[in-house]
Design a protein. Structure first.
Length: 356
């Protein structure tokens, strides 16, 4: 591990002060390309894993081993069932028993990845059975037990020591119907049910949005639809957050203006990567944040410098560079002292594209 860290430091240059103090909360948005893996540590050695990387990545596992080590993960959230959100889950928990997990919350909606999803489902089942043998319920499946605020009740909040995670949205099946205009595609139906959660500590918060949907391709810039509209109008959770881990990798079918206004973040993080035809984060999505006064310097991305074409956000682009996974982890530090600012930074000074 030390040898690997030295190599990483020499190649990319580790950012200053990457260690969180024991009394601070720490997030790492792991660079798993156009996928999602977030590992969080709250004071008192309380841990959360939000989504689990892609089927062809290993960085999420490495981050869990580095940050959590052999301690219990108090809360695991699988925001939805696509392979780019659950791909490393089975490997992460292959050697972990139910004793190592406090709660696991997922939509209950089966994934479509022929290899990844059966492994995920089998791992969830094993964890569930181990919990039963221990006399406790570990797994919450939104098919059988919906989030209470989706039924008009008080939102679910899970305590992580002095921090708290409040569940804003998430469904097994989108039951609000298709609105006027273009119907949701099958992939958007899988995305719109995504679990959204708000982590709060010392009066500051991080909003994790997964692949939620707030518009469709071709909508006007002020369109406000689907899950994002529901959250703004009906979630019973204040969306205002210091940091927004941006919707659907910066795709144009999310990041609606109404949602951005409600969240009003100081920082935005796009978990994105170089994937043919996706062009994430989209220029159109980034512009909606810029129009709300969020400066480009406070919008971070895990594909820093990527060049994928005219539709991709062009800020900081390195011509003809195809960004790789693993070089653009993003760290969030939330101090225990409310007078001190939240800090967001790249874990390394330079990414692959900056070194070309």
């Amino acid at each position: 591990m030390i040898r690997n860290c030295v190599k990483l430091s020499a190649l990319f240059g580790l950012a200053a002060s990457t260690q969180a103090r024991a009394e601070d909360a720490y997030f790492r948005v792991v660079d798993v390309g156009n996928a999602l893996c977030v590992v969080a540590k709250a004071p008192g050695n309380n841990y959360m894993l939000f989504d689990a990387g892609n089927h062809n990545t290993r960085q999420c596992q490495k981050a869990v081993r580095e940050i959590v080590k052999d301690k219990k993960i108090d809360l695991v959230v699988l925001g939805h069932s696509d392979a780019d959100h659950v791909g490393e889950f089975a490997d992460i928990f292959r050697s972990r028993s139910g004793m190592d997990i406090g709660q696991l919350i997922y939509t209950g909606r089966p994934g479509t990845a022929k290899k990844a999803w059966p492994e995920v489902a089998a791992t969830i089942k094993r964890i569930e059975m181990e919990g039963k043998r221990q006399g406790r319920r570990i797994v919450r499946n939104l098919r059988d037990e919906p989030l209470p605020n989706t039924l008009g009740r008080k939102p679910l909040t899970v305590k992580l020591g002095d921090a708290a995670v409040t569940f804003v949205a998430g469904w097994n099946n989108w039951r609000n119907g298709n609105e006027a205009g273009a119907a949701l595609s099958q992939s958007e139906k899988n995305n719109v049910v995504s679990i959204v959660a708000k982590f709060t500590y010392a009066g500051r918060s991080v909003l994790l949005t997964g692949d939620t949907v707030g518009r469709v391709a071709g909508d006007k810039p002020d369109a406000c639809r689907y899950a994002e509209k529901w959250m703004v109008e009906k979630s019973r959770v204040a969306l205002k957050s210091d940091v927004l881990i941006g919707q659907h990798h910066g795709g144009d079918n999310s990041s609606s203006t109404c949602f951005i206004k409600a969240a009003a973040p100081d920082y935005v993080v796009f978990p994105a990567g170089h994937v043919k035809d996706y062009d994430h984060p989209r220029q159109s999505a980034a512009e909606r944040f810029l129009r709300q006064g969020i400066p480009a310097s406070r919008i971070f991305r895990t594909d820093r410098g990527d060049d994928q074409g005219a539709k991709e956000w062009n800020y900081g682009r390195t011509r003809n560079c195809k960004d790789k996974t693993g070089d653009d982890d993003i760290e969030i530090f939330i101090p225990s002292n409310p007078a001190k600012p939240v800090r967001v930074q790249y874990r390394t000074v330079n990414g692959v594209c900056a070194l070309r």
